[in-house]
Design a binder for this molecule. Structure first.
Ligand code: ADP
Length: 181
């Protein structure tokens, strides 16, 4: 199987919802289907490089997302499959990314806040509750859930393999991937 046209799978969801975890599984499932060249734009990694120095103010979050969108646009138009995994909390900025990229698959990683906070993978919710981190999405900054995402992954109710499998199935159905015969 191969990629028939470039695309960007754009994850959005709270910290700890499962974006990075599903990204790795999706990359693995795509590799297993003969697609070795998936480019991954992970939110934390982007902030170490492309967006180093930006804060979590609304303005800087928007700049961060617009930068990711621009890179995904360049790659997508050259036939590369991409995955972007950043919180991307604001609806209007995701719409900007959608319009710029075109072949855009918005995936809402939709675990409830209590579940994400219970996981507290990086200990950030605890810090946010104690006021040590400002503008923390879900605690002291808004999260605007997508109204019409292409795929929703309920990570508190499904396995990571199921979540990634739903995305692969969508990509096949919409003609991004050659179907398996
Ligand atoms: P994010 O990238 O959204 O901040 P992470 O992927 O770093 O989130 O963390 C998600 C946590 O939830 C991980 O510890 C992961 O093992 C766990 N988890 C449990 N079930 C799932 C699932 N179905 N999909 C993704 N992650 C899951």
């Amino acid at each position: 199987m191969s990629v028939l046209k470039g695309f960007t799978v754009w994850f959005t969801g709270l910290s700890g919802s499962g974006k990075s975890t599903i990204t790795l599984e999706l990359d693995k499932q795509l590799r297993a289907r003969g697609i070795p060249n998936v480019e991954i734009m992970d939110g934390d990694e982007v902030r170490e490089h492309l967006s180093k120095g930006l804060t979590f103010s609304k303005e800087d979050r928007d700049i961060n997302i617009r930068r990711i969108a621009f890179v995904c646009h360049l790659l997508t138009r050259n036939g590369i499959p991409n995955i972007a995994a950043a919180i991307s909390p604001y609806r209007s900025t995701r719409e900007y990314a959608r319009d710029m990229i075109g072949n855009f698959i918005e995936v809402h990683v939709a675990a409830p806040l209590e579940v994400c906070e219970g996981r507290d993978v990086k200990g950030l919710y605890e810090k946010a509750r104690q006021g040590e981190i400002e503008n923390f999405t879900g605690v002291s900054d808004p999260y605007e859930a997508p109204l019409n995402p292409e795929v929703v992954c309920h990570t508190h109710e499904e396995t990571v393999e199921q979540s990634a499998g739903k995305i692969v199935a969508f990509l096949e159905r919409k003609g991004y991937l050659e179907p398996v015969l």
